[in-house]
Design a binder for this molecule. Sequence first.
Ligand code: PMP
Ligand code: GLN
Length: 386
Amino acid sequence: MKAANSILSSYGVTVFETISRLAIEHDAINLGQGFPDEDGPEILRQIAAQATLEGPNQYPPMLGIPELRQAVAIHNKRFYNLEVDWQTEVMVTSGATEALADCMLALIEPGDEVVLIEPLYDCYLPMVRRAGGVPRLVRIDPPHWELPRDALRNAFSEKTKLILLNTPHNPAAKVYTEDELSFIAELVEENDAYAVCDEVYEHITFDDSVHRPLMTFSNMRDRCVRIGSAGKTFSMTSWKVGYLTAPAHLLGAIAKAHQFVTFTTPSNLQRAVATGLLLDDRYFSRLALEQQAKRDRIDVRLKNAGFSTLSSEGTYFLTVDIRSIGFQGTDIEFCEHLICNVGVAAIPISAFYQDAEVRQFVRFCFCKKDKLLDTACLRLARHFQN
Ligand code: PMP
Ligand code: GLN
């Protein structure tokens, strides 16, 4: 029989699914895959339920229901002072994942180069390669995740079609600074490229870290696509409602991909998310503050258990160095050991690199109830302090 597509077939089951399955098998506390263990605002769930009961439950407009596209435009203005035309510059997608796929399919011509910064969220590389793009990888490394500016400059050329940028960054929990972003903006402009910006954690930043969309740089307004996710912003990861903001000339092209990939997104959920984006400032600041408190909670407990922890400026992830508790194996071995012998699941950081040279860091997800975080940390402390 003929083989399926070789690029996608070359990838195994994604690390998030693998670890979650193992965690269930061993009844381990799952601090691996990133999802909150408490659902987001009840009002949004009520609206979605009511919209389902009342209907219509038929195809909404391809670009998304007007209320949600308007809410995305208002959200852009409210948080980032971006003037956005909801009719020509906003599109609703089935999760940020679909938005990313649409961008890759729509913007990349086979042979185009795409600059990516490792560690990479799982779908980036397969999507770029499947669209015919040639990845140019630059890496940031733990523990400080500094941006190697020379390497980044060298990764760009006249063949560069786009950079795929993730800030706040999963798994590094790094929020790119104004200075780093302005450097990236220069490279994008100099090389006549685009930037696809995965900003799903835009509202989860800590301390004095501020998320600034690359699109807010004046030379970037016409070159950037900005992607958000209701899954993250409203703590409902199963909803898979994403939203994309782009200048009309790019949005038109990206909508061509969307119309053939999913065409549309469930209207009941779109209605709820439209209300969500208009919630008052308290909702958004509380989201960040609650996650910051959880970060502090797990950070201090992991330190007490003997781990050295890396800083987490945003997202709901925190990375630890496993050598600090004397574990000499790889990060994958550590995660297996943890699930089977300690009853806690985490994600090996090497899973986010193409060729992992660094194998001593693992990521914990902390958007969980305090009690669960405490129990997980207690298990770690008991196990590693003996
Ligand atoms: N990008 C990053 C960096 C993520 O962490 C996630 C969350 N899984 C996504 C994209 C996908 O978001 P969604 O669930 O809205 O497709
Ligand atoms: N974004 C989530 C994480 O990094 C996982 C999403 C998924 O499982 N596809 O853990």
